[in-house]
Design a binder for this molecule. Structure first.
Ligand code: FRU
Length: 482
């Protein structure tokens, strides 16, 4: 595949109209100008603006990579799209400029990412055929990047690591730079059968150029075969590892998606598995990244999508030449031993208008972004239906359980879910409060101030965009009209 910035530009111009006119375009979520988007990358606040980069495939709506897309914002909600900043153009990244992070220091932005190479031929791309290089590039404006410098190559990693090692997240602590990488470690079970382990490696450096291995986070037990997109940060005094383990078996109310994303509190004695909590209980959330802004807020943005979902559900925007978006930026706070995730306060500063809705009434939101808050639920039954009698998502709350279901009475999945079925999650105590945000084709549900969150895509035609609430809680409905 040949990439190049010119090709991206041509793809954006060619598809422009169908994408722009697509009824599923969102207003406040980062989405690809054309084609496919996956992980958020290089999130930071730099020279007065928030910068968000993303894995971007303008040339193919089904992925394939090749670029870092770029957008900027002053309020984390209204994004302006710039041209892509990175493309595959050196031997070390010729098959992909994979995920990475930004470090802002002394008025410069330092971008660390993984260059991916897949050698032609018959390879498994685990033990052979793949080259993963950690690369540095710098910028003074967040847009034009300096020549790329390879930092860590295959021969620099420990021998027990397979060729899957990527997604550098870099931070500075007590004058030293640290880089955490997601990895797949070669391992065998008791019968001698190959059973690789997901792990994270931490490197350290005094100058951002020379890196040495500092620490390995390899679980004693087994918690997935690969960890993607690791991130390490502090909340209060706890050291948090956010990561995406692949290969966990799902059970009721747990690990319901094909791959997981969540966080653990790192301690000397425990494996990350022991304290692991999922970031999201919905259908569409993966590969999140956090950053600290100038106010000291820890903000998280995730990909509102997942890899390898072709066999379970679809995104109906594909017919208009694009798919996927990022989640709404949310602030993290640490309370009661766990992390709460709640939309950034800038959301409240948007021009919301109050709307009346009585408990049996139906509200049509075809031209609106919706903010629905229900309080005083007290563990009682509450139903929120998004869509029509025939085509809808039902959010059902009862006790400490919240359920999102696209299934009708006969268990047939609704058209608007593109094949999505049912997800559930539980809060520690009974559910008292829920905040539901609907931005065209994405619904985000924050339960009990963000103790658990559900992110899901939904594909309703404008005329099908109804909202019906039944239950005893106090409903407060606000909208932004077009
Ligand atoms: C996660 C991921 C990362 C990788 C990127 C490539 O979704 O697989 O591990 O860097 O996507 O686009």
């Amino acid at each position: 595949m040949e990439y190049g910035f010119q090709k991206a530009k041509e793809a954006e111009q060619k598809m422009g109209r169908t994408v722009v006119d697509c009824p599923f375009r969102t207003r406040y979520h980062i989405q690809p100008p054309v084609g496919w988007l996956n992980d958020p990358n290089g999130l930071c606040q730099f020279k007065g603006l928030y910068h968000a980069y993303f894995q971007y495939s303008p040339l193919n709506v089904h992925g394939g990579g090749g670029y870092w897309g770029h957008c900027v914002s002053s309020d984390l909600l209204r994004w302006e799209y710039k041209e892509p900043v990175l493309t595959a153009d050196i031997p070390e990244d010729r098959n992909g400029v994979y995920s990475g992070s930004a470090l802002v220091e002394d008025g410069r932005m330092y971008i660390f990412y993984t260059g991916n190479v897949k050698l032609p031929g018959d390879h498994d791309y685990i033990d052979e055929g793949r080259i993963s290089t950690q690369i540095l590039t710098e910028s003074e404006d967040g847009q034009s990047m300096s020549p790329k410098i390879p930092l860590l190559r295959m021969e620099d990693y420990p021998k027990y690591i397979t060729q899957h090692i990527r997604d550098p997240k870099v931070w500075k602590e007590n004058g030293i730079y640290y880089m955490v990488l997601g990895a797949r470690v070669r391992a065998w079970d008791e019968q001698g059968i190959r059973k690789d382990k997901g792990a994270a490696l931490i490197y350290r450096s005094d100058d951002k150029l020379h890196w040495e291995l500092d620490k390995e986070l390899i679980p004693d037990g087994w918690f997935g075969y690969m960890w993607e997109c690791p991130d390490i940060f502090y909340m209060d005094r706890e050291k948090i590892l956010s990561f995406c383990p692949q290969g966990l078996a799902s059970s009721e109310g747990k690990y319901q998606n094909i791959y997981q994303s969540g966080y653990s509190i790192l301690t000397e004695k425990e494996d990350p598995e022991d304290t692991f909590r999922e970031w999201d209980m919905g259908f569409d959330f993966y590969a999140p990244q956090t950053f600290e802004d100038n106010d000291g807020r820890r903000i998280i943005i995730g990909w509102a999508g997942l890899p390898d979902t072709e066999n379970c559900h679809r995104n109906l925007s594909v017919q208009n030449g694009w798919q996927h978006c990022l989640s709404l930026p949310a602030e993290l706070t640490f309370r009661n031993g766990k992390i709460y995730r709640y939309p950034v306060r800038e959301l409240e500063n948007l021009q919301w208008n109050n709307k009346k809705i009585d408990t049996s009434g139906i509200f049509n939101w075809s031209n609106c972004t919706v903010r629905l808050e229900i309080t005083e639920i007290g563990g009682k039954k509450e139903n929120i239906r998004i869509g029509t009698d025939e085509n809808y998502l039902l959010i059902h709350i009862e006790g400490n359980k919240t359920e999102l279901s696209f299934l009708d009475d006969e268990n047939n999945p609704a058209k608007c879910g593109g094949g999505r079925e049912k997800r559930e999650g539980r809060t520690d105590d009974k559910t008292d409060k829920v905040l539901i945000l609907i931005d065209s084709s994405i619904v985000e549900v924050y339960v009990n101030d963000g103790e658990i969150v559900f992110t899901t895509r939904i594909y309703l035609e404008p005329e099908e965009r109804n909202l019906k609430i039944s239950g005893e809680g106090d409903a407060d409905l606000k909208v932004i009209e077009k």
